[in-house]
Design a protein around this ligand. Structure first.
Ligand SMILES: Nc1ncnc2c1ncn2[C@@H]1O[C@H](COP(=O)(O)OP(=O)(O)O)[C@@H](O)[C@H]1O
Ligand SMILES: [Mg+2]
Length: 240
């Protein structure tokens, strides 16, 4: 479904991604893992179109994405939850969620699902009831965990085909980490949503991910089913 072929990326003069190859199957739940600074966030930003790639290609269902804007990638069905959440603190929860509505409307049309609501879908409040309670509060007044739920809700408004999450559990209390894991599992298992998750916490990665990709120095160095993530690989690429 997603193919990233021989991608290189440079920040100014520094090369971050090196001939990176990555394949993601439709309906999979893949954990991208690796130590700090190996280029995980950079890779996701390249996938989302927030950073240009120097060369190489990024394909979604065989169609080239790498020259398209971030907005057209969202329109193509990529939902993105950035590291650090990045919600709008001065806007209310409702206003944050409404940001994706124009893209939602266009996607529903593309998908032939125009009969569905063009407003924020109720499903989001079923997944995250707290967002309904907090609807008129400002984003900045929410706890870190609630902001993360808002960021995920906002990504789901566009009816994505692929959901990308960059360290959704960073700095979040354990009960919300559990809830976020449950939501990811549910979306993947019940709705067939393809999930790409950057995760440092091994327990969470094992619970939620079905596949892993290990990165080191801007490359993918190991890919397999999560069940095959060995102690040797952990020692080599994850232990600090
Ligand atoms: N805006 C930036 N300008 C220059 N270098 C950056 C920038 N953002 C990240 N980097 C560098 O790129 C490398 C990869 O960073 P990043 O993709 O954030 O890694 P990860 O998400 O795996 O921790 C790091 O060495 C980091 O210092
Ligand atoms: Mg990162």
């Amino acid at each position: 479904m997603i193919a990233i072929n021989q991608v290189n990326q440079l920040y100014g003069g520094t090369q971050i991604l090196w001939d990176l190859n990555l394949n993601i199957e439709k309906g999979s739940c893949t954990c991208i893992m690796g130590r700090n600074g190996v280029g995980k966030t950079t890779l996701l930003k390249c996938l989302m179109g927030l950073l240009p790639v120097s060369n190489g290609e990024i394909l979604l269902n065989g169609k080239a994405l790498h020259k398209q804007s971030a907005e057209s990638r969202a329109l193509a069905g990529i939902g993105y939850v950035p590291q650090g959440r990045d919600i709008f603190p001065m806007l209310t929860v409702e206003e944050n969620l409404r940001i994706g509505l124009p893209i939602r409307k266009q996607r529903l049309k593309m998908l032939g699902r125009e009969n569905e609501t063009h407003d924020i879908p109720e499903k989001i409040f079923e997944l995250f009831p707290v967002l309904k309670e907090m609807m008129h509060r400002r984003g900045g007044d929410l706890s870190g965990g609630q902001q993360q739920q808002l960021a995920i809700g906002r990504a789901l408004v566009i009816e994505p085909e692929v959901l990308i999450l960059d360290e959704p559990n960073e700095g979040i209390q354990p009960n919300i980490v559990k809830q976020i894991g449950d939501v990811i599992l549910k979306l993947n298992a019940e709705e067939g949503l393809t999930v790409i998750l950057v995760e440092q916490k091994l327990g969470f990665a094992r619970r939620v991910g079905r596949e892993f990709r290990l990165m080191e120095k801007g490359r993918v160095v190991a890919s397999d089913k999560m069940d095959n993530l060995s102690d040797e690989l952990i020692r080599q690429y994850l232990a600090v």
